[in-house]
Design a protein around this ligand. Sequence first.
Ligand SMILES: [Zn+2]
Length: 385
Amino acid sequence: MPKPSGGLGITTIESLYYAFGCSLIWRYYNIKSYLYTWWKENYVSFWNTGCKRSTVYWKFLCEVARKLPETFKFNINDSSSLSFFWEPWCSSSSVAERLKSKNLDHLITPQNLAVSSLISTGNWNLPPSIPPNLAAIIKAIPITSSLANCGWHNKEKPNFKSFIKSYFSDCPFVPWFKHVWHKHFALHFSTCCWMAFKHKLKTVDILLTWGILVNPICSFCHLYEENHNHLFFECNYTFQILKKVFPCMTSMLFRPNLGQVFCHIDDRETDISRKNYCFLLLCATVYYIWRAWNDRIFGNSVDCHSTILANIKRAIACYLLLTKNVHLLEGLLWQPGPAFLKDDDDSNNYMIPLDGHFGNQGSFSSFWMSFAAAESPTSTLILHF
Ligand SMILES: [Zn+2]
């Protein structure tokens, strides 16, 4: 499933088969080969339903041909070798199909009649046996000067990726994919965030549906039943963490859910680098909240807000350094405090300006040296990258 449709971008075996079949069909119409000539002599067309005996391989290609994307267009020209009756060049349908719908099957002869044999000096020269209304439809098909038998929408040659993409063209898009898979995303954080959007994290409500007896009350606030929406970010505990990471969230009238937080950042931030940095930060927040939840349930370890925030800050700093995106660190708060980002609406003394100077809060190198030298339980988090 592609990422824009809510998947992980890992293609399926079926789509690979389909793309392979499409590639072969494309070559069949655009490349001369003894094999393709033999296929044409033997089977006439992929849409020929009159073939009584055919190989499994040919049947597979016929199935793919019936599902060819709309972007796959047939061209009609003076020398076209397309089958007049079987190839669907006549307004996405074949002449044989139209004749069959009117019980005129006996007119489909000879089976291997080529389109070029009915074109003379750029004009249609149809036999009188073709019904007038069908003849009018055929004559409306333009005769092009293109020498190729088929073309691809806006492109001369499709590639394997184009066919894979067309296989999933019917899948609906999810609006949050660009937030989760933002530029410079961290796989660890984005995968966790993706699972949160898909409601695939094993929260208490899901464990209960599986018949696993667990306490249904949120292990953070101990007040409400736990589920994805509560965890991100209806819960007072997780919302307090969110507000410390993104102070602008204090302006929200109601507790936002995960999608609303992403949309709010998307609308608010205009600088693309800063926006990507915010998305990265939010994905890391989701990851470390979920990690803290696991530590409480399975590790018998209860982390406070400060520890979770320190984990997020340390991980983000390490990630940006390792991926050589140090310039984004200008938005990071060095001094321990309640916010990571400069927020124009909040007069927060803990934030550093984004004009490139660190002021009296120390240089970047001194910050990093202190970071690297610090010994804390969270230093092992670096290993995750
Ligand atoms: Zn809660």
